[in-house]
Design a protein around this ligand. Structure first.
Ligand SMILES: [Zn+2]
Ligand SMILES: [Zn+2]
Ligand SMILES: [Zn+2]
Ligand SMILES: [Zn+2]
Length: 375
């Protein structure tokens, strides 16, 4: 069967040589800090005193028109032409600064050993970056040191290439191989507030992978619909444990199958926040995963969880949203009756075709992995 490769999802954080710096590190070297501050006179301030924190932007005069209050801009400069060189110098200095400097970072100056590898000073600022996004949105979303090229999210081709394989959460470091995050720190932040849906930027390798599979799995007569957004679904260990145990017992082979569903809210369109409605199908699947108990008892092949390898088939049941799920089929029988025949774990109808239906009768056999939203 033309199922998906298992590497489509890796919930394990894997191992990585280095991770985000923990904040519980010795204080910054005062000499180094003072020397750097001596060269850095932001906002015309003369506070280049060793050990003195940089001025907060609230105390700086109103920035020139077109520049956000949080930007590293020297006030008083009027034209774009005169601002550019200043920005270039600041972009160079940014290698030494936590990008949260313009906001609330108390440690603003990164430790020397991490100057090239990290855009923030440590875990606290990384978490802020992950949750609120960068305070200066005019900067490249990957390096945060140079201005975005007009109409693009990055400063140039190098960062654009790096952004394609960036961690889905912090977006400023490469993801760890086939894993979705750069390391344990980002995984820890993401799994703190599950269920969570993380939008994957167009052009990211994970986006392309899901979109390409969707297109090649489309076997209907009409052309496939345009995908509006793709999200990675982040769940906690508790949510995934029963599936992993089932996979160990019945698998280990894993397949990736679609399930079209409905929503009562704007999830995936204008919000990433799940709604509280007990009848919103998409939000409830994300909260509890699929439940055979609440499945339609009059389903063609009985009360089960219906999935398909054909994206067109699942789309037929979808109203704006579709889930791409990891599934353990185990011993697959031929679908015929209205229940799972004994000796089998799942059944399949029209195995290769446009009408494929693959039915599971166990909650633990499936977990949602990606959310696909349509226009
Ligand atoms: Zn910081
Ligand atoms: Zn860049
Ligand atoms: Zn990360
Ligand atoms: Zn909802």
């Amino acid at each position: 069967m033309p199922y998906y490769p298992a590497e489509l999802d890796s919930d394990d954080e894997g191992s990585i040589e280095y991770d985000w710096d923990n904040d519980s590190q010795p204080d910054l070297d005062d000499v180094y800090m003072g020397r750097t501050m001596g060269h850095l006179r932001l906002g015309g301030s003369t506070s280049g005193v060793p050990g003195t924190p940089p001025p907060r932007y609230s105390s700086v005069p109103t920035p020139p028109p077109g520049y956000a209050a949080g930007s590293l801009v020297t006030p008083g400069m009027q034209s774009q032409a005169s601002i550019q060189p200043e920005r270039q110098i600041l972009s160079y200095l940014r290698a030494d600064l936590c990008i949260e400097i313009a906001d609330v970072c108390p440690r603003w100056l990164k430790q020397q050993k991490h100057v090239r590898d990290f855009v923030t000073c440590g875990l606290t600022c990384n978490e802020k970056l992950c949750k609120d996004g960068p305070s200066d949105t005019t900067m490249c979303t990957y390096c945060h040191r140079r201005l975005k090229v007009q109409g693009k999210d990055q400063c140039g081709q190098t960062c654009a290439d790096k952004a394609k394989i960036a961690c889905l959460l912090c977006k400023v470091r490469p993801k760890n191989g086939s894993y979705h995050f750069c390391g344990k720190a980002c995984k820890g932040i993401a799994t703190k507030s599950t269920p969570l849906i993380l939008e994957i930027a167009k052009g990211h390798t994970s986006y392309d992978m899901v979109e390409n599979k969707f297109k090649s799995g489309w076997k209907g007569g009409s052309p496939p619909p345009t995908i509006a957004k793709i999200f990675k679904i982040i769940e906690n260990e508790e949510f995934l444990k029963p599936y992993d145990a089932y996979r160990k017992r019945v698998g280990p082979k894993e397949n990736y199958l679609y399930h079209g569903t409905k929503r009562q809210c704007q999830l995936g369109v204008s919000t990433t926040k799940l709604c509280a409605s007990s009848t919103c199908a998409i939000c409830n699947i994300l909260k509890t995963s699929f439940k055979v108990e609440i499945a339609n008892p009059w389903g063609r092949f009985g009360k089960g969880i219906y999935t398909s390898s054909a994206s067109n088939k699942a789309f037929g049941y979808s109203a704006g949203v579709m889930l791409l799920n990891k599934v353990v089929l185990g011993n697959v029988g031929q679908a015929s009756g209205s229940s799972c025949p004994s000796g089998y774990d799942s059944v399949v109808y029209d195995p290769q075709g446009a009408s494929n239906e693959t039915i599971l009768y166990t909650n633990d056999a499936i977990r949602p992995v990606f959310l696909i939203a349509f226009q």
